[in-house]
Design a protein around this ligand. Structure first.
Ligand code: GTP
Ligand code: MG
Length: 245
């Protein structure tokens, strides 16, 4: 909802008041409706479902391996302003149906692990569950972004059970290591902070840091493997279960 425009005389930003009032009207019509509050409630329920799934996997793997794979979990619901801004920016209608069809990141959950192998094990375990559908994967760990960003992203769909129906809901899942999370937080701040001096230098220094972090993550994984020599990966667990059943 960018209603600012550059005033050619002063070089400062001024507001187009007609545009502001029509944007505000569209914003309030959508976000103050009972249907909007209902869909937000459903996204919050979807996050709770997914969070519980990850907590169960964390508990089970901790029990099997004597080591917690997940360090922490953070979740968030996209703010109404950001929902409207994204719909408008992408040219989608401002309706509840449009939110559900076009936005995959209204509900977001971030899983932070110590080791890269744990990220892939947990991701595989989640999508193998029969009520989880995998809609999209973006593996920025194997294919980092040019700025150095690394994380494993999945869009999943899970059902939530309401009083009278089962509703499929989409959730964006981001899995990353502690080091990747540290890097992303700082890089994110750079993106949103205006007029940072020497921003271009910072971009290239951040890229260097991302490369160091990638090497460190790989080294930490290798050291962990030497400490936990007989630890089972998820495929080992599955194949051992097939043998015994
Ligand atoms: P959005 O429209 O921004 O949601 O991105 P997308 O639909 O193309 O999806 P993508 O999987 O690339 O990114 C989703 C989310 O990952 C973003 O909203 C950020 O939270 C995070 N992300 C992606 N790229 C970067 C990046 O370069 N830096 C940081 N800090 N975070 C990123
Ligand atoms: Mg997003």
């Amino acid at each position: 909802m960018d209603t600012t425009k550059k005033n050619s005389n002063s070089g400062k930003y001024s507001y187009d008041s007609t545009q502001v009032s029509s944007d505000m009207a569209a914003f309030w019509t959508l976000t103050e409706s009972a249907e909007f509050r209902e869909i937000m409630m459903m996204y919050r329920c979807a996050i709770r479902e997914v969070q519980t799934k990850f907590e169960v996997l964390d508990d089970e793997l901790s029990h099997r391996r004597n080591r917690k794979p997940i360090e922490y979990i953070i979740s968030r619901i996209k703010r109404p302003e950001s929902i409207v801004e994204k719909l408008q920016r992408k040219g989608y209608p401002l309706t509840i149906e449009s939110i559900v069809q076009n936005l995959n990141d209204v509900a977001g959950i971030r899983i932070v692990c110590s080791f890269i192998d744990d990220i892939y094990d947990i991701a595989k375990m989640l999508v193998k569950q029969d009520d989880v559908s995998l809609i999209e994967v973006k593996d920025y760990i194997r294919n980092p972004k040019p700025n150095g960003y690394r994380s494993h992203h999945m869009i999943i769909e899970i059902p939530i059970f309401l009083s009278d129906r089962k509703q499929p809901m989409r959730v964006e899942v981001q899995l990353r290591t502690i080091a990747m999370d540290f890097w992303s937080s700082l890089e994110h701040q750079l993106k949103y902070k205006k007029d940072v001096p020497h921003a271009q230098d910072i971009v290239s220094e951040l890229k260097e840091c991302a490369d160091v972090i990638a090497k460190t993550d790989a080294k930490m994984q290798e050291i962990k493997n030497r400490i936990y020599l007989d630890e089972m990966r998820i495929e080992d667990i599955w194949s051992s279960q097939e043998e015994t059943s």
